[in-house]
Design a protein around this ligand. Structure first.
Ligand code: WT7
Length: 645
């Protein structure tokens, strides 16, 4: 598709937005009948999609096998993921696979062709092999948004190694826990990266994390001029230069594990979400085709970091699976000024832009001139993800960034689902502010009550997924069957529990947010229990509860309530506790405030009533005081909170 600019891709009808004829014309999917067709036989439907979208070495024997709580897609089928991203696009080796935009403005963006990426990935795959990595081994990747991250991830998939990417802003402790859980043999990291004009060191954290673990070698990308030598350390580029240029792809079973990605649940320990190969690839491919309408040559910019699932599926893999171009940007959104993102869109003619509501809210508060300065007419589709988006932010994004021309899709999904699941398709519509929309063709969701029965239309309830479960869905929690069952299958047995609330608005699904103790802080998923555990490490802390508080930009921020043993509270101690959260998890999890209180509201069985704390923070009248053993605590906490607000 070549790029006519500024086309109107939406039209307004009945108060909502629909795809215009121009959109329907170019869209990979514009037939509303697709939903019914898929619904008749979802398994057959996905079988056809898997065949049509991917290159298989061997066809499967059984399209779908369900033995709850587990299920398998394309059983017996064989393929290599890397071949699907690279080898099959070598008919046009000069097409651009990736545009990398470094943060420092004196460094030029780099365009990497499919041919060049293929070469690097093959070589790096050989480097991994020479260092003893075999099919099924876990490789930890702790890298910033630099091209080597993609090379490393793809190289793992080429040889059938399982990658486990850890967000570079996470702490050494967080990385160590993930290395240990996966028993990784190799750690791939960088000396550092640029963020908001500063050099951010990374290797120091990586070294601490790798100490006394299964890590045998640390492969380091030189990004900020640091040198590594000898011992455990290898230099990424030097090793690539020495390596052979072809690595035979390892043929994998469709249901073989491709990667682990750790995410927060309601307990203090992050869980390793297991994703397979063929099912994940199928959903990544088709959601890119139909949601983001990717064609070969289109440029997609998903602003998510590779440390999160959105970065895996839409900043890295999805665009390549479809032969498109992915843009990745190393640095901060407002460096050197608030026009940076919009300049990147203009200069690189980005067609599809996918970001989080928290970023939109941040830009809304800024000066308009930083946007109007730039030509954004290359844009075709906008997307949002990660948390509910309010109407004002939706309209601002649609009008100011999309020029009122582009479909804006609000995609609901999770680390566990691998790819998007609920949103309207740009070629079909409608695009309604704050509403995610419909289940992706071939998937089924319902809104149910506590017992799993359907709620009356329009009422709020629990969002569940029904059989057959989408191909991109998780295949368990790494080495933890019990947690997998307890988290996703205990409540509704035959339906997957998303832990989100939702209701239907004119037949479309509107997500209301988490129903468990998971917070979304600037789109990042964190559990209150993880932060509580970190605070509990301090010897002076007797009791502690962390709850999310609404925040204008970040959506939610963690607030801690701490009871001390006998020491007096002080600013020094507050700082120390915050610092300790940085060390245990990372700065994203740092409580915005710590309230020192005498007691926490508890039930007779000792359960902390976080709901009451939440209500106090937003000045609402707390309910359920009758069930407390210490109702007096609430009045006192209220005083502490209002004294500091
Ligand atoms: C949770 C999953 C994979 C997407 C990135 C986050 C919330 C996600 C939406 C949306 C409202 C959303 C849910 C979900 N969420 N997308 N469009 N509207 N809420 O993945 O870190 O695993 O978080 O993000 O609460 O359960 P994640």
């Amino acid at each position: 598709m070549k790029k006519s600019k500024g086309i109107k891709y939406v039209t307004k009808k009945g108060g909502v937005f629909w795809p215009s004829d121009a959109m329907k014309e170019i869209a990979n999917m514009s037939d509303p009948k697709i939903y019914d067709k898929a619904e008749k036989n979802p398994v057959k439907f996905w079988g056809e999609l898997a065949k049509g979208g991917l290159t298989w070495e061997k066809e499967w024997d059984e399209t779908y096998e369900e033995k709850l709580p587990y299920f398998k897609w394309f059983k017996g089928g064989e393929l290599n993921f890397c071949v699907n991203c690279l080898d099959r696009y070598l008919d046009k080796p000069k097409a651009i696979a990736m545009i990398w935009v470094p943060e420092p403005t004196n460094e030029k963006p780099i365009k990497i062709t499919y041919g060049e990426l293929y070469d690097k990935v093959n070589k790096f795959a050989n480097v991994l092999k020479q260092n003893g990595i075999k099919k099924g081994d876990v490789v930890s990747i702790y890298l910033p948004m630099i091209p080597q991250a993609l090379t490393a991830m793809l190289a793992c998939t080429r040889i059938g190694a399982i990658h486990s990417v850890v967000f570079s802003a996470f702490s050494a402790d967080a990385l160590k826990a993930r290395i240990q859980d996966g028993k990784a043999k190799i750690l791939i990291t960088a000396d550092g990266y640029y963020r908001q004009g500063k050099k951010e060191p990374l290797l120091k954290k990586a070294k601490v994390a790798a100490r006394k673990t299964t890590i045998k070698k640390i492969i380091v990308v030189n990004r900020i001029g640091g040198k590594v030598r000898g011992g455990k350390f290898l230099d990424f580029d030097t090793e690539i230069e020495k390596a052979n240029s072809y690595c035979k792809p390892e043929i994998m079973k469709s249901e073989d594990t491709m990667f682990l990605l750790y995410t927060s649940g309601t307990t203090g320990k992050p869980k390793g979400i297991v994703h397979d190969t063929g099912g994940y690839a199928t959903q990544a491919y088709w959601t890119c085709k139909w949601n983001f309408d990717l064609h070969r040559g289109d440029v997609m910019w998903c602003t998510a970091d590779i440390g999160w699932i959105t970065g895996h599926t839409y900043a890295m893999y999805g665009p390549l699976l479809t032969g498109a171009t992915t843009l990745i940007y190393e640095g901060g959104p407002v460096f050197p000024n608030p026009g940076r993102w919009w300049k990147i869109i203009q200069d690189n003619e980005v067609n599809v832009f996918y970001t989080a509501p928290t970023a939109i809210r941040m830009f809304m508060g800024g000066d308009k001139k930083w946007i109007s300065k730039y030509d954004l007419s290359s844009l075709k589709i906008l997307g949002t993800v990660g948390e509910p988006i309010d109407k004002e932010s939706w309209m601002w994004y649609f009008n100011k960034i999309g020029g009122g021309r582009c479909p804006l899709i609000d995609t609901w999904w999770q680390t566990e689902t691998g790819g998007t699941l609920i949103n309207t398709l740009p070629g079909i519509g409608p695009f309604v502010p704050t509403v995610s929309g419909t289940s992706f063709p071939g998937t089924r969701h319902a809104i149910v009550n506590e017992r799993g029965g359907a709620v009356p239309k329009g009422d709020s309830g629990f969002l569940v997924q029904q059989s057959p479960f989408a191909p991109g869905m998780l295949h368990g929690i790494f080495n933890n069957h019990k947690k997998y069952v307890d988290t996703y299958w205990k409540k509704f047995k035959t339906m997957y529990d998303t832990s989100d609330g939702a209701y239907l608005q004119n037949g479309l699904i509107r997500i209301t947010g988490r129903t468990d103790d998971v917070m979304k802080v600037a789109g990042h998923r964190l559990s209150t229990a993880e932060v509580e555990n970190a605070i509990h490490d301090n010897w002076h802390v007797k009791d502690c509860a962390v709850v999310p508080m609404p925040d204008k930009i970040k959506g939610q921020v963690p607030i801690a309530f701490v009871v001390l043993k006998w020491r007096k509270s002080s600013e020094k101690l507050e700082k120390k506790l915050k610092k300790h959260v940085d060390i245990k998890i990372g700065p994203t999890a740092r409580p915005k405030r710590i309230f020192f209180v005498e007691d926490l509201p508890k039930t007779r069985s000792g359960k902390i009533m976080r709901r009451i704390l939440k209500a106090l923070l937003i000045n609402e009248k707390p309910e359920g005081l009758m069930t407390l053993v210490n109702p007096n605590s609430v009045e006192k906490i209220k005083e502490v909170v209002s004294a500091r607000s």
